[in-house]
Design a protein around this ligand. Structure first.
Ligand code: SAM
Length: 182
């Protein structure tokens, strides 16, 4: 970015609506969207190329798997991590692939600065319960700002919606959200 402003990342960015709007709203913060499928990331790039977003100097996209995070980011380099509507991987044997599983929370611990935090939103109650349990069992993380219905909670102010979120909210589904800090 050519500056030393804070870096915030979204892991599993999808088509980029959330992060592009965050970059527009917070011009003094640098944002990096991480997405493992180039076909999906391309949709974010296309959106970035539209008049509404093309002048934004504070956003970049990286096509990679979240497992490679420590190879890309230095220790404590990241200020905040956003996990929005992460894939639920409902089968027990795939639990390690969930972006809120213990292995991933340990990766986030290395790249996130000590005051940094993780913000997680999902419509999937099973994934949310799993994530709450994982965080509660962790010696590293503390849960803050827990809600099972974000859009009828005190935490809604300043909320920027993702593609998936707007779809689920339109269907009347409650959105779960928590913040993890150390
Ligand atoms: N965050 C967006 C939203 O809320 O609209 C997209 C949600 S979509 C259900 C989850 C996205 O995460 C998919 O595009 C998927 O390819 C990406 N993803 C899942 N696991 C990933 C991983 N390990 N590394 C990078 N991206 C991942």
């Amino acid at each position: 970015f050519g500056n030393d402003r804070p870096i915030r990342i979204e892991i599993g960015m999808g088509k980029g609506r959330f992060l592009l709007n965050m970059a527009k709203t917070y011009p003094n913060i640098n944002f990096i969207g991480i997405e493992r499928y180039s076909s999906v990331l391309l949709r974010a790039v296309e959106k970035f190329d539209t008049e509404e977003f093309s002048d934004l100097p504070n956003i970049r996209f990286v096509c990679m798997d979240a497992r490679e995070l420590p190879e890309v980011f230095a220790e404590s380099e990241v200020d905040r991590i956003y996990l929005n509507f992460s894939d639920p991987w409902p089968k027990d044997r795939h639990a390690k692939r969930r972006l809120t599983s213990e292995g991933f929370l340990n990766l986030y611990h290395t790249i996130l600065n000590p005051d940094g935090y993780i913000q997680f939103k999902t419509d999937n109650r099973d994934l949310f319960d799993f994530s709450v349990e994982t965080a509660e069992n962790s010696p590293i993380w503390n849960i803050k700002e827990l809600t099972y219905d974000l859009h009828h909670s005190e935490f809604l102010q300043g909320n920027i919606m993702t593609e998936y979120e707007s779809k689920f909210v339109a269907e009347g589904k409650p959105i779960c959200r928590f913040v993890l800090s150390r």
